[in-house]
Design a binder for this molecule. Structure first.
Ligand code: SF4
Ligand code: SF4
Length: 185
């Protein structure tokens, strides 16, 4: 049983930079009628305060500028803090179409080798700002987790194929985007 309730504290949207996958980019751009350049930034791993965890290390793709990952823009919020471009008054302004990595937060399988088994909260969930007065249904949590990881794995296979080609080290970011089915505009 998972006891958890989102308190709309907005911390996850301020503390994390969502590293997103092409399907997220296409869905958000199409739904908002906005070019991807208005909400996407490419980051070096040194841009993050803490080292990227293993699954995000493998999202780094090579270019002539170095190894980069694709994430949502960060902006200065009205109170002076930094946060995701889509957080407004501590709430996600694109909730229905938000990135899959955001949708599956903050849960994980109890046994990471068995996502069909019970789920639990991640370690140190929500920076301690969540509540525990509701019980979370496991099935939607599992669906979100599996959808994210299935699609992230597909993207990671594309990134690996790109990185395995020595010629990619001389390519531009736009070339990588074309390779994964996106267009910079
Ligand atoms: S996309 Fe939405 S849920 Fe994800 S970090 Fe940004 S504001 Fe938060
Ligand atoms: S950190 Fe947790 S409680 Fe706070 S907004 Fe994010 S999901 Fe909700």
């Amino acid at each position: 049983m998972i006891n958890w309730r989102c308190t709309l504290c907005g911390e996850c949207c301020k503390q994390y930079v969502p590293l997103i996958i092409p399907e997220d980019v296409a869905r958000i751009a199409e739904s908002l009628h906005r070019p991807m350049s208005s909400f996407i930034t490419f980051y070096f791993s040194d841009d993050f305060a803490a080292p990227l965890d293993e699954s995000y290390q493998t999202q780094l793709f090579q270019t002539k500028h170095g190894m980069l990952v694709m994430g949502l823009n960060r902006v200065e919020l009205p109170n002076g803090e930094a946060g995701c471009i889509f957080v407004k008054d501590n709430v996600c302004s694109i909730h229905a179409i938000k990135p899959l990595v955001c949708r599956q937060y903050p849960f994980r399988p109890q046994d990471s080798d068995n996502p069909q088994g019970p789920f639990r909260l991640i370690d140190d969930p929500c920076f301690g700002k969540h509540a525990t007065d509701e019980v979370v249904e496991q099935d939607p949590v599992r669906r979100n987790y599996l959808e994210f990881h299935t699609k992230q794995d597909q993207f990671l296979a594309q990134v690996k194929a790109w990185n395995d080609n020595p010629a990619s080290a001389d390519k531009e970011i736009e070339d990588f985007l074309t390779f994964v089915g996106l267009r910079w505009q």
